[in-house]
Ligand binder design. Structure first.
Ligand code: ADP
Ligand code: MG
Length: 438
């Protein structure tokens, strides 16, 4: 049982309840099943006209029967005559964004905080190179920038499988370029980057400040843009707040469409939590969903982490899901589940680097080292957390203007002083490897 022929027979049988025998033989007599793939049934008929009728009138019923049979959704691919097709698994191997299969528009929950970015991304996916170019999506960590970037890639790959899509992280661009220079392969490097139809650049903030990288990126950008191809960029902040960004690049970025993503409101957080739970096969009472959404406010990645842990508790420990298990999951996620450090930890590590105490940074001592450590702690809170300038200032008993000045100060220093860049890198790595990450 369950050979392709058997399945086909069953499908025909279930169609026969909706069709007269004459109709059934008219449309399906010379239609043969070709292959049943993981997510797709491939069939072959003889004429375009029959294909059209089958796809318009019978495809839904065929898909519904398949989904009854296998409890999972199937596509239907209808070939005509000798037409060849690309096997599903080959398409998958070919997928330019394989590891991000779940980052689709379908899986993205739209709320007030992200609807503009979502609409812009949709529009770009529908008309690459035509509407908004570049599209620049910015917002704090964990709010869905990479998700939208990938969704654009998936959509375009589906509508135009031949388009050359390139996804790169800002820091990988830098690393690759440095490597190419070292190995004398800059021509290959350029060819690779200038010959793309869709250029997806994730976390561009990492190229700011690196002069030769920015220079190369500028030329890459121009050649893709001038060829009428689409560029989508994400960043943790808008171009005007990237003080180390080359002005020419800033102008380029701002010449497209800016779309920001803010933290989701309660309603959207609940919708996201519910959606993630459903997709993991976890049924959660509304009260629990609301509780989770009220506790995790600033980061969708954490929201997702809590749901994943609850699923694990349920599967592994066979636990009932209660407020207590939710609290445990939240604690787990906020202790070591993500890459967002907490402010105390940033202040502590920065102070330690200068052999100071956290209280020194919070107080009014103006010695050179104390002042510098304070600037750095503020700068790092801006870099590493979702806190607003006001909140950052408050952590150290300062206001938001002071916080902004500190950030500028450090950015200026980093521009002219590789020692400062090194210090920042060291402290950051101390923070992210120490235990206090949220
Ligand atoms: P960013 O790139 O902004 O740091 P990501 O795109 O990596 O954030 O999102 C973090 C996680 O949260 C991902 O798993 C993503 O799928 C999920 N996520 C973010 N926003 C949404 C949303 N609106 N709907 C569903 N999932 C989301
Ligand atoms: Mg990201």
């Amino acid at each position: 049982m369950n050979s392709l022929e058997d399945i086909w027979k069953m499908l025909m049988q279930s169609l026969s309840s909706q069709l007269t025998p004459t109709a059934l033989s008219t449309w399906f007599n010379d239609c043969r099943p070709v292959e049943l793939e993981e997510y797709r049934l491939v069939i072959r008929t003889t004429t375009q006209f029959k294909k059209k009728i089958i796809s318009e009138r019978f495809a839904p019923a065929i898909k519904a029967s398949l989904s009854d049979l296998f409890s999972s959704d199937f596509e239907l691919l209808i070939l005509v005559g000798e037409e060849e097709y690309l096997k599903d698994e080959d398409i998958r191997e070919d997928d330019p964004l394989p590891e991000m299969a779940g980052y689709t528009f379908d899986n993205f929950i739209v709320g007030n905080s992200n609807k503009f970015a979502h609409a812009a991304a949709k529009s770009v996916a529908e008309n690459p190179g035509k509407t908004y170019n570049p599209l620049f999506i910015f917002g704090n960590s964990g709010l869905g920038k990479t998700h939208l970037l990938m969704a654009i890639g998936h959509d375009i790959h589906e509508s135009y499988p031949k388009k050359n899509i390139l996804y790169i992280k800002g820091d990988d661009f830098t690393n690759e370029m440095v490597k190419a220079i070292r190995e004398g392969k800059t021509l290959e490097f350029r060819a690779k980057y200038r010959n793309v139809d869709l250029f997806l650049v994730d976390d561009i903030q990492f190229i700011a400040g690196k002069q030769s990288t920015q220079e190369e990126f500028f030329h890459t950008f121009n050649s893709i843009y001038e060829a009428g191809n689409q560029i989508v960029i994400t960043s943790d902040r808008p171009p005007k707040e990237m003080s180390l960004l080359d002005d020419r690049l800033r102008t380029r970025f701002e010449g497209g469409l800016m779309a920001d993503i803010a933290p989701p409101d309660l309603e959207t957080r609940m919708a996201i939590a519910r959606n993630k739970a459903t997709r993991l096969g976890l049924l959660l009472p509304d009260e629990i969903i609301e509780y989770i959404a009220s506790k995790i406010t600033a980061n969708v990645r954490q929201l997702e982490g809590v749901i994943k842990r609850l699923t694990a508790y349920k599967e592994i420990l066979n636990d009932e899901i209660t407020r207590a298990s939710v609290d445990r999951a939240i604690e787990d996620v906020t202790r070591n589940g993500t890459d967002i450090p907490n402010p105390d930890n940033i202040i502590r590590e920065t102070a330690k680097y200068y052999s100071l105490k956290p209280e020194d940074l919070k107080g009014n001592n103006r010695s050179r080292d104390t002042a510098m450590a304070r600037h750095i702690a503020i700068y790092l809170m801006r870099q590493l957390t979702n806190l607003s300038l006001n909140d950052i200032g408050r952590e150290l008993g300062r206001n938001h203007t002071t916080a902004l000045n500190s950030i500028r100060r450090i950015e200026d220093l980093m521009k002219n002083d590789s020692e400062m860049t090194g210090i920042i890198r060291d402290i950051t790595s101390n923070i992210t490897t120490s235990s206090g990450s949220v």
